[in-house]
Write a protein that binds this ligand. Structure first.
Ligand code: TMP
Ligand code: ASP
Length: 246
């Protein structure tokens, strides 16, 4: 690809490359999938393309609703041109319905509605296995300031409203999701990373069937069939044809 530079960072399912201009990067979505702190790994052909399209669409909707994100545009399916961010090592998780690690670790009922939603912050740190944090720990470790935490919480709640409403129109319940934020070169907080079935729980509004990475985590069902289904529900016909997803 034209103007692509050096590999800056290799994650579990994405790579970040430098770009011709210093303030931008290219995020490449790979076909890899992992679970359990990277213990289980697999590769599904077409997953990177699919997740990049879903992510782009959701970032575009957020930008239209005045959320500042890292996203600029898709260069080709699988490759996203993005603003360079200094990432804040937090996994900001918002939960609308209790499931997953929440019901394993705390006495919530499975599928219990959480109103108002719960925001949980985990430390993005493989060495310490992403432990859950509280405000004092975040502030004392200088991961973020008190004001930055309030800003992140406020943006996360707004993102939840925007995406829940949009996904509902596509027949999907936004059960929970994980966000990552960073600071741009002007020091402003922006949403970064991805929003995809790897980082969200999506349930079918009618059947409550799983439409996300939980299928892989639990070793059930055909992961790619479901990711393609989400892609087809969220991304419009023109873009699906343009990026040859069908
Ligand atoms: P959890 O219930 O396993 O804690 O997951 C909460 C949400 O965060 C769910 O939508 C999946 C997402 N998530 C990630 O994106 N990355 C991770 O490493 C983990 C553990 C969860
Ligand atoms: N992202 C984590 C891993 O790669 C696990 C998860 O998403 O559940 O191991």
């Amino acid at each position: 690809m034209e103007n692509i530079g050096n590999l800056i960072y290799a994650g579990k399912a994405k790579d970040v490359y430098s770009y011709k201009t210093d303030d931008n990067v290219i995020i490449k979505f790979r076909d890899d999938i992992t679970a359990g702190d990277g213990e289980r790994k697999d590769t599904f052909k077409g997953k990177g393309k699919c997740n990049s399209l879903i992510s782009s669409k959701l970032f575009e909707i957020l930008e239209e609703n005045d959320i500042n994100t890292q996203y600029i545009k898709l260069l080709e399916s699988g490759s996203m041109l993005s603003k360079k961010l200094n990432m804040i090592p937090l996994e900001v998780i918002l939960r609308n319905i209790a499931t997953g690690s929440l019901t394993k670790r705390f006495p919530f009922k499975e599928k219990q509605d959480l109103k108002p939603p719960i925001i949980q912050m985990d430390f993005k740190n493989d060495e310490f296995h992403d432990p859950m944090l509280n405000d004092d720990i975040i502030i004392t470790l200088k991961i973020a300031t008190k004001d930055e935490l309030s800003e992140i919480r406020e943006i996360t709640l707004k993102i939840n409203e925007i995406l829940s409403e949009f996904l509902k129109t596509k027949g999907i319940i936004l059960v929970d999701f994980k966000l990552e934020f960073g600071k741009d070169l002007n020091g402003n907080i922006r949403l970064g990373d991805e929003i995809s079935p790897d980082t969200c729980r999506f349930w079918d509004i009618n059947t409550l069937d799983t439409l996300d990475k939980d299928l892989f985590r639990k070793g059930e069902g055909n992961v790619m069939d479901v990711y393609k289904k989400v892609c087809n529900l969220i991304v419009n016909e023109e873009d699906l044809n343009r990026w040859k997803i069908k």
